[in-house]
Design a protein around this ligand. Structure first.
Ligand SMILES: Cc1ncc(COP(=O)(O)O)c(C=O)c1O
Length: 348
């Protein structure tokens, strides 16, 4: 029997498949001595803003920093609550905590993204915002979320760490609220050689505050210190690599959508599986399939079976949803997410 060797993510291929291009980029940038806050980064930020039709993008160290920084710039007070999906990375919740607020996880809906009905039910007098996660490269149905936010005077920000290229009703994920993040962690569809991230923002004042916080409080115009800040800048070499990869990103997304279509065609007759929404099945959504996440009865056996065939799969977040981190103080009940986490598995 032929044994495959298909890891869930093939890290050495990041380098091996692109070695010549990457070496050239690293050499060009390094020989000019351009490492921090230089042309390659500024060009990349401009491309990112253009790609999503936003006014500004700011390169930062990673998506977790991105969320902490935009929340700090917006201004969170102790005990302010922000509603999130329970199916997201712990980083979504920890960013709120670090910024001084309280993350409130709620249950998921039919597409495994935050359920607007559950947002509505979780609103209290202390709620100040909603931060949906645009998970697996799919943008939430943002209409009811924005409606709820407007009705209760809440802000919307997005954890769009997995979403670049995804749209809802033709509008890019990253552009529905005050600010959003993206991760360029190596395993992301647009990934660098390590960690990197970005913040998107369209309001001029908020942009200035975000820029200052990410660079020791220094102002974008003249470098004058305006406030307390930190250092979370996207390295120039990583930015140059990401700019290069962004040029072919559309075709990478198309390929992922083709693969998702093949999965749907070949697996939809299996009653033991519940598949994600197929590409094109919901015209309002353009999904980029950072992950092809499904549920499977006997999930653990399926994972083991595929592993025996040399095929890697992933259970997101190590199999723990946010509200299940009882050691971090969460007391919420999310029965749909509990059931989902018994069976969820991602294919690449
Ligand atoms: C939904 C989500 N939010 C946040 C993050 C954190 O991103 P980073 O590792 O760049 O901080 C990730 C990374 O996997 C993610 O998938």
């Amino acid at each position: 029997m032929i044994k495959n060797n298909i890891p869930f993510f093939d890290y050495p291929r990041l380098w091996n498949d692109n070695k010549n291009d990457l070496l050239k980029i690293i050499e060009e940038t390094s020989t000019k001595g351009r490492f921090i806050l230089q042309k390659e980064l500024i060009d990349f930020e401009l491309s990112l803003a253009k790609y999503t039709n936003s006014k500004f993008a700011v390169g930062v160290g990673n998506a977790t920093d991105a969320m902490e920084i935009f929340l700090e710039a917006i201004g969170i007070e102790k005990e302010d609550e922000i509603i999130i999906s329970s199916h997201t990375m712990l980083a979504t919740a920890s960013a709120i905590k670090v910024a001084g607020g309280v993350p409130v996880p709620v249950d998921i809906g039919y597409d495994n993204l935050i359920d607007p009905k559950c947002i509505q039910e979780a609103i209290t007098s202390r709620t100040i915002g909603i931060m949906p996660t645009q998970l697996n490269g799919r943008t939430c149905d943002m209409d009811p979320i924005i409606k709820i936010a407007e009705k209760h005077g809440l802000f919307v920000v997005e954890d769009a760490a997995q979403a670049l290229g995804s749209t809802f009703k033709g509008k890019a994920a990253e552009t529905f609220g005050l600010a959003s993040d993206r991760s360029f962690f190596q395993a992301k569809v647009l990934g660098c050689l390590g960690d990197a991230g970005a913040v998107w923002v369209s309001d001029d004042n908020l942009y200035e505050r975000i820029y200052q916080i990410h660079d020791h409080g220094r102002d974008v115009k003249d470098g004058e210190v305006k406030r307390w800040g930190r250092n979370s800048r996207l390295d120039n070499i990583q930015a140059a690599i990401l700019s290069h990869k962004l040029k072919s990103y559309k075709s990478v997304i198309e390929r992922r959508r083709e693969v998702a279509t093949i999965y749907t065609e070949r697996l939809s007759h299996l009653n033991e599986l519940a598949l994600p929404v197929a590409p094109g099945a919901e015209p309002d959504h353009f999904d980029v399939f950072q992950n092809y996440e499904l549920t499977a009865q006997h999930r653990n056996e399926l994972k083991e079976f595929l592993s025996g065939k040399g095929i890697g799969t992933l259970i997101q977040w190590g199999g723990t949803a946010i509200h299940q981190f009882k050691q971090l103080g969460f007391t919420q009940e999310c029965p749909k997410t509990d059931a989902f986490f018994e069976e969820c598995i991602c294919f690449q």
